[in-house]
Ligand binder design. Structure first.
Ligand SMILES: [Zn+2]
Length: 412
């Protein structure tokens, strides 16, 4: 690696990243950062660490690595769409070192073996930390609860993502068990059979915030896409409900005209979602990375392969336009999702995990199928020029992606 100088004699002397603009939720200054033993050990100006491996940032911007609360890696079941290896590669290409993956695999992640398989495959790929989501209902069929007790030690939350849990008796019992197990319910809020997508979402958000407060179980609302949902969630938070929520980059940035679920929204709604993200009413950005083959996409499969473009899209559209400042984007992409997952990540504080990303704020690049490491090339951004290129991704002090190279392997 061109800029990575190994000065030690095979001894791990840590990684010193020099000459960067360091930005997290609370700070913004020029300096250096030192990681050793997987943790951030020093942050300052002109750090000198004898024997450390040095990565010169050459004026680039260093942020806490991103944490994705919502992605689909399609393995087991649909390796032609994505694998855990290709999904991990796409993640670090997008600046993510931590990804929560949804249960709509085949078999469904409704038993511990599936969650364990995903974890082991991610460890083999060796790029990211993967957190599985467990299904709320068996086979995501909505008819019978999964064995939530057996799943709990292996998952961070329960979700039937792809579907909302339609039956109120079912979600009530799921909340009761989730409360006992200390795990959140993450809901894809959508009542089926209602033509107005905003109403279909708001009805379920209304039901779930009520039940969450009544039962005392944490609720995480996935991919919020309506101003009404934002209002309901904000009111629930004020009333002391343990509720958090996420929004996708595409619901913040893209005009309708591409098939996703929930559907893309009007400019007026996008404006409201951006304001809610800036104020903290919306906690986090989650990608809902949904890779598909060209054949499946042409048949109408909903979703965007979005984990690689998330930061650059948001940086280009929201930060450069002055609608969101960079520390707020960092809060939404790293700090809050790390808190929601209960991880020691998401800031550049001493003692935090050494998960960081270096970005080139001014660098413009074009999104192409070759540039995407995901198997899913389904994105409306093909051919678009974006700024805020991810230059390097560091996971626990190890450079897992650097300037077109994936841990030693040349890509794209
Ligand atoms: Zn969903």
């Amino acid at each position: 690696m061109r800029l990575l100088r190994r000065a030690g004699q095979g001894v791990n002397k840590g990684l010193l990243i020099t000459d960067v603009r360091l930005v997290d939720e609370r700070s913004d200054f020029r300096g250096d950062l030192y990681i050793k033993g997987g943790l951030i050990r020093a942050v300052g100006v002109n750090l000198r660490i004898p024997g450390a491996n040095v990565l010169s940032g050459e004026g680039r911007t260093l942020l806490p690595a991103f944490v994705d609360l919502h992605a689909h890696f399609r393995d087991p079941g649909y390796p032609e769409k994505e694998g855990i290896g290709s999904g991990s590669a796409a993640a670090v290409h997008g600046g993510y070192t931590t990804v929560a993956v949804m249960a709509n695999t085949a078999p469904v992640c409704d038993r511990p073996e599936v969650a364990l398989y995903m974890r082991v495959e991610a460890e083999k790929a060796g790029l990211i930390e993967l957190y599985a989501m467990g299904a709320i209902t068996r086979g995501l069929a909505g008819e019978e609860l999964s064995d939530m007790e057996a799943l709990a030690p292996h998952v961070w939350a329960f979700s039937d993502d792809g579907f909302g849990v339609q039956r109120t008796d079912m979600i009530l019992r799921a909340f009761q068990r989730a409360a006992t197990l200390g795990r959140p319910i993450a809901e894809h809020s959508e009542y089926l059979g209602i033509d107005d997508p905003a109403l279909a979402e708001e009805l379920m958000v209304n039901r779930d915030t009520f039940l969450s407060r009544r039962i005392g179980a944490a609720l995480h609302v996935e991919h919020v896409s309506s101003a009404g949902s934002v209002k309901l969630i904000a009111a629930a938070k004020r009333a002391g409900t343990r509720v958090t929520c996420e929004v996708t980059p595409h619901h913040l940035c893209l005009e309708p005209g591409y098939t996703v679920n929930p559907p893309l929204v009007t400019e007026k709604t996008r404006d409201r979602l951006i304001v809610a993200l800036a104020s903290g009413e919306i906690d986090a950005v989650a990608t809902d990375h949904a890779p598909h083959t060209a054949v499946d996409k042409n048949r109408g499969a909903p979703g965007i392969s979005g984990i690689e473009t998330a930061f650059s899209l948001l940086y280009t559209q929201l930060v450069r336009s002055g609608r969101l400042d960079l520390p707020t984007l960092v809060r939404a992409m790293a700090t809050r999702p790390a808190q929601i997952l209960g991880l020691n990540k998401g800031s550049l504080g001493i003692g935090r995990d050494g998960d960081v990303v270096l970005v080139e704020e001014g660098e413009e690049f074009t999104v192409t199928t070759d540039w995407l490491l995901s198997r899913g090339k389904n994105t409306p951004l093909l051919g678009e020029r974006l700024r805020g290129r991810v230059w390097a991704t560091v996971h626990r002090g190890e450079v897992v992606y650097l300037d077109g190279k994936l841990r030693g392997k040349v890509v794209g």
